[in-house]
Design a protein around this ligand. Structure first.
Ligand code: ATP
Ligand code: MG
Length: 429
């Protein structure tokens, strides 16, 4: 047979190897604990949804819908489908479909893979993972404060420092419209100061002019009308109350008037958590969305964090190395010993010990090599000798200081093996 080509994974879609498992586990456990402690319940929605859900739920003129979605036609029935690029749309769809809001608001959370066709680089992948929470049916700034406090607790519990909170208010759509008109009028009055980019965007997306990197336009942009000046009393009160609530809980923040989120449906509060110049988490209020997706109008807010970016911070903070190991490695040789070893391993597992049973035969020397590599504290050795005597040999693989090959060993009766092993482990501590 000719040698087969070596296959590779899809670019931007990563394997998560066992060495990273302790870090992932730490994050997932912490997140689940935090969510529970705030009364959020987990929801799992499908990875594939109808394309039109995202077009309607994210907005046609967004980066995601314009160029980042993995969309395809179902070859069997012609349906237009998309791998979810985010989860809010799916969660809201499910909440509507299952009438979840009929008896009051709901606190939901999710985690899982998301898919966006982006240029892969550090912290940006084509399959990546998010954790998110959605507070559906809550109108007040108390819910905004709650999801922000939830985030803060996650960072604290994960041992992350240096994650900064930025907040802003986008007001309501009529307020944004008034601001936009004022912006256009302002830039029109200063046509001669606009560069080509700005002229092109003047009517299509005047807000983007505010993000210009052109130094010559800096003072023009700084003096431009600000959205805050167009917010009505209600929007301002919502924002003020949120700030008070955050201050009352000593959550530091900065107001960033430039902070806008990519999606059309955001209103009032928007926020981002930033670390090392990278946004790890974004969220805010999206009161129009539930109705836009066909539900009875209900307000909502939430956030989504990027797991890979948070893990990167945990790594930088020196959180947890690969701690893979088991308690016991069972070494055996001979047919009778194999039976005894299988039996012993099962009994040790009954006692909640982590046991690796040697598979694949081989001499004792090779087996002990595997036992050492397993990180086990003890080896249980079963040869013909032991089995004939109704005994097992315990061999200490690591001393109390964690050193390999501590050299100690002892014969114990097979009938009391579980107790002997538990004793040996307990005496180590
Ligand atoms: P960015 O501006 O970095 O593209 P975004 O606004 O598209 O982010 P959101 O849709 O708000 O991101 O998603 C929330 C979080 O998910 C981000 O803050 C980030 O941590 C993470 N995230 C988004 N896209 C990716 C990606 N392609 N790879 C890894 N993480 C991502
Ligand atoms: Mg993006």
């Amino acid at each position: 047979m000719s040698k087969q080509e070596k296959l590779q994974g899809v670019r931007g879609m990563n394997d998560i190897l066992p060495a990273d498992e302790p870090l992932w586990r730490r994050l997932e456990d912490t997140v689940a604990d935090c969510m529970r402690s705030y009364g959020y319940r987990r929801i799992r929605t499908p990875i594939v949804e109808h394309t039109r859900l995202f077009v309607r739920g994210i907005g046609e003129v967004t980066d995601i819908v314009e160029k980042e979605m993995y969309s395809f036609t179902d070859a069997l029935n012609g349906e237009e489908l998309t791998l979810r690029p985010e989860s809010t749309a799916g969660v809201v769809r499910a909440a509507i479909e299952h009438n979840m809001l009929y008896d009051g608001p709901k606190r939901l959370w999710y985690t899982g893979p998301m898919f966006r066709h982006e240029k892969p680089q550090k912290g940006r992948y084509r399959q990546f993972h998010q954790v998110g929470a959605e507070a559906l049916g809550f109108a007040g700034p108390d819910a905004d404060a709650e999801v922000i406090l939830l985030c803060q607790r996650m960072w604290d519990d994960l041992g992350l420092t240096g994650v900064r909170l930025e907040i802003n208010s986008l007001g309501q759509s009529d307020e944004r419209r008034a601001h936009r008109e004022a912006l256009i009028a302002y830039f029109e009055a200063n046509q001669q100061l606009l560069d080509e980019d700005a002229k092109r965007r003047l009517y299509s997306n005047p807000l983007r002019i505010l993000d210009t990197k052109n130094k010559a336009m800096q003072s023009l942009v700084e003096a431009a009308p600000k959205l805050t000046e167009f917010l009505g009393a209600e929007s301002l009160a919502h924002f003020e109350r949120l700030k008070q609530l955050l201050l009352s809980q000593n959550v530091p923040f900065t107001v960033n008037p430039r902070l806008v989120r990519g999606l059309d449906y955001y209103n009032l509060t928007v926020f981002e958590w930033v670390a090392d110049g990278l946004t790890i988490c974004g969220g805010g209020r999206y009161d129009p969305l539930i109705e836009m997706l066909g539900g009875r109008a209900a307000p909502a807010c939430g956030f989504a964090l990027g797991i890979e970016r948070v893990l990167e911070l945990m790594r930088a903070a020196g959180e947890l190395q690969d701690a893979s190991s088991c308690d016991v490695y069972v070494v055996h040789q001979g047919d009778a010993a194999q039976l005894a070893a299988l039996q012993a391993a099962e009994r040790l597992r009954d006692a909640a010990l982590d046991v690796v049973l040697h598979c694949g035969g081989g001499g004792f020397k090779a087996q002990f090599k595997r036992a050492d590599a397993s990180g086990a504290f003890l080896a249980v050795v079963l040869g013909d000798d032991e089995v004939a005597a109704g005994e097992a040999t315990l061999k200490w693989l690591r001393g109390a200081d964690g050193e390999v090959g501590a050299g100690r060993q002892a014969r114990v009766p097979l009938s009391g093996l579980v107790e002997s092993v538990i004793d040996a482990i307990a005496n180590d501590e």
